[in-house]
Design a protein around this ligand. Structure first.
Ligand code: SF4
Ligand code: SF4
Length: 375
């Protein structure tokens, strides 16, 4: 198993980390503990030593399951990461209560890696104002948190603000060969290197999407190596960035665990022709986008309740992957139909707010047309 060293922290982790957010489920929707245990055992036996969970994963069941699993293992031989659900924190007392609940759920006296979960600038400022960041720093001095970081899904400008705010031990971003200009992206990667903040990467396969490319794109990878999966190319792309120390894969079955392990035993950096083909696939997929919405939310809230970036994200995903199944469940979710394009009155309030100069009402009509009549 390929290992990477956090030079600033003096610890060495497996490059492949086990993400406990998409564990196998039983028929009643609970974690299939037998299967999940087999998957974890397989990964750990192969040298994986980084486990990542979070308060909300599996409706709160991921942390207790991992806690139970860890009782059978040598705790000191593993790095355990979990995250503060900042959206549930409205006072310092909330943060204290949640942190202590997490220690109990995971049945551990300390966390190796602790992250403020999914922050943007607004959420981060709130954590600072409430004294939560200072509280986490105190916990670190007490040894209850070994390394402090944050996870991030917002825009680059927010990433730069938070990354520069204090000397973070590490941070966790979404990064893959398709998202180079999205979220933190290539610019965020470069900034993390400049600031000396090691990276943990999530969504290296973009939620599994890059494992299921359209046939004409998958065949480009098959020409490079008929025995390698599309997912393995996506993982190698991320792993070929030296400031990436852990790549989290949210594995859902044993086959995925075995395929991911194969990619890192041994890890082979991408060759020049492989970089080129992945760039070609990236360019083709991006050329299919409906618009250039970055998800910045500057246009929000819409006075009539339209989820503008949410609708554009689904539209762009559908067009990039040319696969309605990948968005069907979200698009047809009855609970969010009041946020869909037909609710738009074309009032125009959002138009001057979009830095990408997107004609939002017009594009919303296209979203409705294409997703209501998928090809
Ligand atoms: S134009 Fe449509 S999407 Fe934009 S603010 Fe008005 S109702 Fe909302
Ligand atoms: S439509 Fe424009 S303002 Fe709204 S989220 Fe997308 S890029 Fe940002």
């Amino acid at each position: 198993m390929e290992k990477r060293t956090f030079e600033n922290l003096g610890c060495t982790t497996s490059l492949l980390g086990f993400g406990a957010m998409r564990l196998p489920l039983t028929q009643n929707g609970k974690i299939d503990e037998e299967q999940a245990t087999l998957m974890l055992d397989t990964a750990l036996d192969a040298g994986v030593n980084y486990l990542d969970t979070a308060y909300p994963y599996h409706n709160g069941e991921s942390e207790p399951f991992i806690g139970k699993y860890l009782k059978k293992k040598d705790r000191k031989s593993l790095y355990l990461a979990t995250k503060l659900p900042q959206w549930l924190v409205n006072s310092l007392e909330d943060a204290k209560r949640l942190f202590n609940e997490q220690l109990l759920r995971l049945d551990t006296p300390y966390f190796d890696f602790y992250l403020i979960h999914s922050i943007d600038k607004k959420a981060f400022d709130k954590m600072v104002e409430l004294g939560v960041v200072a509280y986490l720093e105190t916990l670190q001095k007490e040894g209850k948190i070994k390394h402090l970081g944050f996870s991030f899904h917002s825009i680059y400008e927010d990433f730069a603000y938070i990354a520069n705010f204090r000397p973070w031990d590490f941070c966790q971003i979404q990064y893959n060969y398709l998202d180079t200009e999205d979220q933190a992206g290539d610019k965020g990667y470069a900034l993390s290197e400049k600031l000396g903040i090691p990276l943990i990467v999530m969504e290296p396969i973009k939620g599994g999407s890059l494992a299921n490319l359209a046939p004409e794109l998958a065949s480009k990878l098959q020409i490079l190596d008929r025995t390698a999966s599309s997912a393995s190319f996506a993982l190698r792309w991320v792993a070929s960035h030296p400031n990436v120390k852990v790549i989290l894969s949210g594995m859902s079955n044993l086959k995925q665990v075995e395929d991911n392990l194969k990619t890192f035993e041994p890890f082979v950096p991408l060759q020049d022709n492989e970089w080129q083909v992945l760039k070609e696939i990236h360019d083709i997929m991006l050329s299919r986008l409906g618009n250039g919405c970055t998800g910045c939310k500057y246009c929000m809230p819409c006075p009539f309740g339209v989820d503008i970036p949410g609708n554009f994200a689904l539209w762009n995903k559908y067009r990039m992957f040319q696969d309605f199944e990948s968005v069907k469940k979200s698009w047809e979710n009855p609970e969010v139909q009041s946020t869909r394009p037909p609710v738009c009155t074309e009032c125009g309030q959002c138009l001057p707010l979009c830095p990408q100069h997107i004609n939002i009402p017009e594009d919303l009509k296209k979203v409705q047309m294409e997703l209501s009549h998928p090809r």
